[in-house]
Design a binder for this molecule. Structure first.
Ligand SMILES: Cc1cc2nc3c(=O)[nH]c(=O)nc-3n(C[C@H](O)[C@H](O)[C@H](O)COP(=O)(O)OP(=O)(O)OC[C@H]3O[C@@H](n4cnc5c(N)ncnc54)[C@H](O)[C@@H]3O)c2cc1C
Length: 456
């Protein structure tokens, strides 16, 4: 145990961002306390505080790599427990209704339900001798020094009847309470400016059901089938084999479209997908639960990095800082990248909040460009379309078309989308050559918007 930076760190929120932050805080604090309103220990099913946990959660390749770095043997243990894995480029991907040519990327896709993945991360974190869970405990507020310049702890209240409010003193407090974070409001109460928000409205609905397939050979060995929602083919889906011989299917409707939850309506919607593959696989499968839905109105980025003042000893990360359109599968991986930023700051001592928040913004920048930029490819999505965004969306449509013929393009695309390689790889001379050689521009009159049309 190493107590060089402080005695106690308190992490508000025990979901993926909070757990990964706790993992690196444990290297630098004598004690780390994770506070969450839910019961956490031993929970492997969806819980109230993380309602999105019922829906498909793809772990991007960079996230998988960081989990192995923070928890040596993580992927091997997951595989040994029966969680299926595969090469990210060899999944059955469809863009604009066409299948990408499979390609080996060397990147591992760990295919577990979200609560199962979270429970495996949690088990590794709570096994650390200096980490403690304060579960079934509401976060009520922050405690500060008089004048509010420095945070000194968190005010919490156990959910057990008759519990009184308590204060958890801390040398450092981390807000990992997700998209509903109260930090902007608390900043205002303390006399600070709250962060500006950038928002991209996508009006997305996930509708999800689990299945058991009578015979998995129908998948031809594929781990998942993903017709991704694009401007030309807006109905999307993620179907994956997961743990215990089960499969999960999330249907994704954008711009107000939503798959129904009743069995017949759900199946009809599956039939209306741009490709028949998912319907063929689930039509005779045994449903294991009723369909549930989750509405996601908009991606939201809070610009903490643009603030000039911020209380000392308070940091914000995870969805509390930025919530991305989930179809790009970025949230957990960005939380993992932010944990590495936190670790680097802790190696230099007590983090300076404004410097940390700027570094976190640096992590958010690329995935935000991917997520917000791609959403702006839908003509109906409101927002400013710079010439770069228009060019990139037109280029990506061509690249996805080229990837249906050239596996090297699939490989490059997946390594960038997996947040392993930088987006500049999409523009390398070799990739541009392959895209121009193999890509077919959308036919006039097809639903893929021409750049000028998208700009309106
Ligand atoms: C439908 C959907 C699908 C998604 N799919 C993917 C995907 O494929 N891949 C991916 O990487 N990401 C995906 N995400 C995003 C992912 O869920 C989050 O990015 C990830 O969970 C990290 O979020 P977080 O830990 O910051 O916050 P959250 O997961 O929202 O957790 C916040 C935690 O704080 C606790 N909490 C909040 N307020 C209080 C309070 N007042 N008192 C006590 N406890 C409190 C909650 O109980 C919860 O445990 C998806 C999101 C949605 C909505």
């Amino acid at each position: 145990m190493n107590s060089q930076v402080g005695n106690r760190a308190v992490v508000l929120g025990g979901s993926m961002a909070g757990l990964l932050a706790a993992r690196v805080l444990a290297d630098a604090f004598a004690e780390v306390v994770i506070v969450d309103r839910d019961k956490l220990a031993g929970v492997t099913t969806a819980r109230r505080g993380v309602p999105q946990g019922r829906h498909v959660h793809g772990l991007l390749a960079r996230g998988q790599q960081i989990l192995d770095e923070l928890f040596p043997g993580f992927t091997a243990e997951a595989m040994a427990s029966g969680i299926p894995t595969g090469d990210l480029g060899e999944l059955r991907w469809f863009f604009n209704g066409l299948r990408l040519r499979p390609a080996s990327t060397g990147l591992v896709c760990v295919s577990a339900d979200r609560p199962v993945l979270e429970s495996r991360v949690r088990a590794r974190v709570v096994a650390l001798p200096n980490v403690r869970l304060a579960e079934e405990c509401d976060i009520v507020g922050l405690q500060t020094e008089p004048g509010g310049r420095r945070v000194t702890g968190a005010r919490v209240q156990r959910r057990a009847a008759g519990s009184a409010e308590e204060t958890l003193e801390a040398d450092l407090v981390i807000d990992a309470t997700g998209r509903g974070s109260r930090t902007p409001a608390r900043l205002e109460e303390l006399g600070y400016t709250k962060p500006a928000e950038e928002s991209i409205k996508i009006d997305l609905t996930y509708t999800t059901r689990h299945y058991r397939l009578p015979d998995e050979s129908i998948l031809n060995g594929d781990l998942s089938i993903n017709p991704v929602s694009t401007p030309s083919h807006q109905r999307g889906a993620f179907f994956s084999r997961v743990q215990n011989g089960e499969s999960i299917l999330s249907l994704t409707g954008v711009l107000g479209d939503a798959a129904p939850t009743d069995p017949a309506g759900f199946l009809d919607w599956v039939r209306s997908l741009p490709v028949p593959d998912v319907y063929e696989v689930i039509k005779d499968a045994e449903p294991l639960d009723d369909a549930v839905s989750f509405h996601y109105p908009a991606s939201v980025r809070r610009r903490y990095d643009q603030l000039e003042e911020f209380p000392d000893r308070l940091l914000v990360l995870g969805d509390a800082a930025c919530s991305f359109n989930p179809v790009y599968g970025q949230g957990m991986t960005v939380a993992a990248q932010e944990a590495l930023v936190l670790s680097a700051h802790l190696r230099a001592g007590m983090p300076e909040p404004l410097v940390f928040l700027k570094d976190v913004a640096g992590v958010i920048e690329v995935p935000w460009q991917i997520s917000a930029g791609s959403d702006l490819g839908f003509p109906q999505v409101e927002g400013p379309r710079s010439p770069e965004v228009q060019m990139m969306n037109a280029y990506m449509t061509l690249l996805q078309s080229a990837a249906t013929r050239d596996g090297m393009v699939t490989r490059t695309f997946m390594r960038v989308a997996g947040l392993v390689d930088p987006p500049t790889e999409l523009m390398s001379p070799d990739t541009i050559y392959r895209v121009l050689k193999n890509g077919t521009p959308p036919r006039p009159g097809s639903a893929v918007p021409a750049p000028a049309e998208a700009a309106r």
